[in-house]
Design a protein around this ligand. Structure first.
Ligand code: R5P
Length: 288
């Protein structure tokens, strides 16, 4: 087995290679130092993949990483790989999981169709709507990234896990079972892409350390608003924890109210403090 990582996911790909005891194939991402002036992507495999089962790891965010993913899949197929498993740790466009309005693209399916040109199967992690995977043209599975956060939270000062909305309750429940801390939830209403309203709810958080847990942090609006509510109720410490940390726009400013921000390495950032390599490696081994 060989593992190849796109430039969005090199550290994670190395971690997966170590876990599955596969060979790591380096990739050159620049033809000339500084890349192409027009921003186009370039990939070149620096090792052989002929006859191999290749694990191609690349998060599909931001958009140029999608191009890299498709270029790499093509290069790997053309280089004679026997089987390609695409691992897309954060599936960008996963939230446009259907045609909400006439004339829209069902973007997640569009992406899957293009990945399926070369990939034989697909693994992703904590996708917005796992049912979506049933409509993909190749066998596709969702791997749960929350256990990695649960493992991490077990070793830190946390008294309570908190889901910022109904959707995240199952995430807090899973993490709670792993780290052995209780969980509760808040009620959130989304006003627009940048603003959410958290309905005040009396929680027993005075003097406690609380970890707010969500699948995605994008602008930090959700967790930042929840953290302010916890502060006003006397929480001693507030930790923001997510699987996919996109940290776009004013996220860093919105999260300043938190004492710590923890994300996994599905999207690489300075907050990637926990690796999901063990979870993804276990899923690869289960494929057989
Ligand atoms: C929404 O359904 C998701 O679970 C997250 O709560 C949301 O994507 C977070 O976005 P933001 O950080 O921009 O509030």
């Amino acid at each position: 087995m060989k593992v190849v990582g796109g430039s969005a996911s090199v550290p994670l790909a190395r971690g997966i290679a170590k876990e599955v005891q596969g060979g790591f194939v380096d990739v050159a991402f620049e033809k000339h130092r500084g890349g192409f002036p027009d921003g186009e992507r370039y990939v070149r495999l620096l090792g052989s993949v002929a006859g191999e089962h290749v694990i191609l790891v690349q998060t599909s965010h931001p958009d140029p990483m999608i191009v890299e993913l498709l270029l790499l899949a093509d290069a790997i197929r053309d280089a004679g790989a026997r089987r390609i498993t695409a691992v897309v740790p954060y599936f960008g466009y996963g939230r446009q999981d259907k045609r909400f309005l006439d004339g829209e693209a069902a973007s997640a399916k569009t992406l899957a169709k293009h990945i399926a040109v070369n990939a034989d199967e697909l693994l992703t992690m904590t996708i917005h709507n796992p049912d979506l995977l049933k409509s993909f043209p190749i066998p596709s599975w969702d791997v749960d990234g929350i256990p990695a956060l649960g493992r991490y939270l077990k070793g830190v000062d946390v008294d309570l896990l908190l889901a910022p909305d109904d959707n995240a309750i199952r995430l807090a429940k899973t993490a709670s079972a792993i780290c052995g801390k209780p969980y509760d939830h808040l009620e959130k209403e989304r006003i627009d892409s940048y603003t959410v309203k958290i309905t005040p709810k009396k929680l027993d958080v005075r003097g406690k350390s609380v970890a707010i847990i969500d699948d995605v942090i994008s602008t930090g609006g959700t967790i930042g608003t929840a953290a302010k509510e916890l502060r006003s109720q006397g929480a001693r410490r507030v930790i923001a924890a997510c699987v996919h940390g996109l940290f776009v726009d004013r996220a860093e400013a919105n999260l300043k109210v938190c004492d710590d921000v923890i994300a996994t390495d599905t999207v690489q950032s300075p907050h990637s403090k926990v690796s999901v390599a063990p979870e993804i490696a276990a899923a690869i081994r289960a494929l057989g």
